[in-house]
Design a binder for this molecule. Sequence first.
Ligand code: GTP
Ligand code: SPV
Ligand code: MN
Length: 606
Amino acid sequence: MSLTQNPNVNKWVEEMIALTKPEKVVWIDGSEEQLAQLKAEAISTGEMIELNQEKLPGCIYHRTKPNDVARVEDRTFICTKTKEDAGPTNNWMAPDEMKAMLTPLYDGSMKGRTMYVIPYSMGPIGSPLAKVGVEVTDSIYVVLNMNIMTRMGKAAFENLGDTSDDFVRGLHSKADVDPEKRYIVQFPEENTIWSINSAYGGNVLLGKKCFALRIASFQGKNEGWMAEHMLILGVKKPDGEVKYITAAFPSACGKTNLAMLIPPEGYKKAGYEVFTVGDDIAWMKPGEDGRLYAINPENGFFGVAPGTNAKSNYNALASTKKNTIFTNVAINNDDMTVWWEGLDKNPPVNATEWKGAKVNGPEFTSVVGADGKKQTLAHPNSRFTAPAVNCPCISPEFNNPKGVPVTAIIFGGRRASTTPLVYQSFDWTHGTYIGSAVSSETTAAATGAVGVLRHDPMAMKPFIGYNVGDYWAHWLEMGEKLGDKAPKIFNVNWFKKDDNGNFLWPGFGDNMRVLDWIIKRCEGTVDAVETPIGYIPKKEDINLEGIEDEVTPEILDKLLDVDTDLWKKEIAEMRRYYKEDIADKGGKIPAALYEVLDKIEARLAK
Ligand code: GTP
Ligand code: SPV
Ligand code: MN
């Protein structure tokens, strides 16, 4: 029975039932009883595996098909009325044409199955920045994940009210999980998402990338706010003040890690603390005082498992110790716990690898595959879905409906060379340029080659729900609106390498040293060196106490180096990118960004 009187919701759900023809329809109220029953059902059918309930209470395991382990960018579409409105960074098809193609795939796709109707809120219920979605799906895995990642259940409908039409309609069917018929489709003009033939993460948890970024970025453009692929963290200083920082890095480039960082000893002793507000997505809007405020629309973390350990990210690991869903990691059959590469140096002997084969872990992981790399027990994009409340450093402001005021915005990516450890933009317009110029080596978070340098403006290439030129114009408009209250914009690179391919910067907790400089720049309490690309720290202003042996003066020189020749190439590549990849393909680049490019070029030529 429907959980709402809202005729817009009920009419749409009726249409979806008529299309997909489920045997049964279950409305998800969010109650403990209902969730426990669904979990038990998923375990009894083998869809989920129960883990050791003493060591990992409430934790369950799920394995996806080997062809269904990451986002599929080549099968993701933005279906606006005109191709120009989707712009050069998106695949496009006319909405009618797309629906005509997909309708036969959805027709009867839930026959013999149950349809779950999931009401959810992105953002704290009652927050003026929050928005409601309804996802219908034939996957219990989706229901259980949405329960962790969103505020799911009846309460979301209370927020919508009995008459509003302002909710995002999400239709998901795993259908046959056929990769050739897999489509992830956004209709931004209709607040609608259609996803079919996948059962993995970002493709099917429709509140996340599909709604909170692709649809929401379009809504934000029209309503005067921003939806960004950004973590949100708070740094509490010894004087008790908390400064909030957001940071956009491409997928699997360190957002979860930075959001939960533990400061080095010296900082802890001095009284610094870091709090997590969000690890992946920020919705930001000017507040009454004219400053930019950010909320995390999510309620949990869908984090990369490999590389997560007590040293690299203690807080993330602690978050996964109860009520967590693990996807595509390895199982230790001796005690039904989980394992992944980088957890520790002891792969379980009695292991089940992520595809489901029982193997001897140490033997299995010593085999070099055809690609020259060692086999892994966990998939490189294996993930944990952990409730935010589990996080030891969750911010007291996590549920604040107003959000938190943002002092600094950081861009970054994986760059083996060229980009220094940190630099500051001259102003918001220059900062917007820096965002447009983010490029990064690709990761396992999306299907396709790994380690290839590609442009990923604002870390949003796969997520901008409209024309990237208009998106950059929106950034500039927001800067104008915020005026002198706008956050300061920075760029970081934790991934610069030496000639032997080793990272120059220790990263992780030591990134606090860079945040420290950024905060001081915002407060105006530290000087900087002006270079053609922006302000660089004076060497003595990066606190290296405790890591002097690792980061020698020579290494710091390399980290902060702005190599004129490499930067001339970088700028030439940006000109090519703006022209060939954007302007020639229907993206209108704001004149102000070309002016920034001209100025950097002129400074480099001097
Ligand atoms: P998505 O959830 O895909 O959006 O990823 P993310 O941006 O949250 O990335 P995450 O923090 O999960 O990190 C991805 C990978 O980068 C992990 O393997 C980390 O160990 C590694 N990583 C994170 N921070 C650092 C760092 O400061 N230095 C180095 N060298 N590696 C890092
Ligand atoms: C990302 O790829 O940026 C993720 C994981 O955060 S997913 O939800 O699959 O998009
Ligand atoms: Mn992400």
